[in-house]
Design a protein around this ligand. Structure first.
Ligand SMILES: CC(C)(COP(=O)(O)OP(=O)(O)OC[C@H]1O[C@@H](n2cnc3c(N)ncnc32)[C@H](O)[C@@H]1OP(=O)(O)O)[C@@H](O)C(=O)NCCC(=O)NCCS
Length: 161
């Protein structure tokens, strides 16, 4: 797919993104490597369309020399926004000294698994029942996802930077 270069910006007003997280995930907290991160407190990059409305967001942070992609979400999929945001996160993470970028997906997320592997990510860990355990702390976390598949487990993927 050949897409126009889009402009990545730092998003200061996170309200629309946090509402999107609440609607799609049931919380704006994410668990990566068994640690909980609140996306309200993390760096947020976005790509806005011509109308100024954001078409994709990436929420990320650092832990030691590992960058963590806590959420990558396209409001308007298939326009190249996610891959361009991913490249922007990789560049920003490298600039902060990261040597790896890690992402977490739930077991249902077949599109996400396809996307990240196409982008060069490899599986690194499987956390059986991690989302069930997280849901016992945050009961609003959604119970089913892609194709109504029940959500139980977390899959970590990573890529060298
Ligand atoms: C996964 C997701 C971020 C992809 O967003 P997108 O904006 O559609 O992706 P892009 O348009 O940037 O696609 C970039 C490339 O990835 C490919 N791609 C997109 N979805 C894919 C999939 N399911 N499987 C394989 N490749 C995929 C595209 O074909 C494109 O490749 P190309 O340039 O060679 O054609 C989007 O589906 C999404 O927001 N899902 C819901 C949130 C989510 O699950 N995020 C991941 C966990 S945080």
């Amino acid at each position: 797919m050949s897409v126009a270069r889009l402009t990545v910006t730092a998003v200061e007003d996170k309200r629309a993104f946090l509402a999107l997280m609440l609607a799609s995930w049931g919380s704006h907290s994410m668990m990566i490597d068994l640690t909980v991160y609140d996306c309200a407190e993390l760096d947020l990059l976005g790509i806005a369309g011509k109308d100024g409305v954001f078409m994709a967001y990436a929420s990320w942070t650092m832990r030691g020399d590992v960058a963590l992609l806590c959420a990558l979400h396209s409001v308007v999929p298939g326009q190249g926004a996610a891959i361009q945001l991913l490249e922007a996160v990789k560049a920003a993470a490298r600039a902060r000294g990261a040597v790896r970028l890690k992402a977490m997906l739930t077991n249902d997320n077949m599109p996400g698994l396809g996307f990240y592997q196409k982008c060069g990510f490899r599986f690194s860990r499987l956390h059986i029942e991690a989302i069930d355990n997280f849901r016992s702390v945050v009961p609003t976390i959604v119970r089913t996802g892609y194709m109504d598949i029940p959500i139980h487990d977390a899959i970590e993927l990573e890529i060298a930077l």
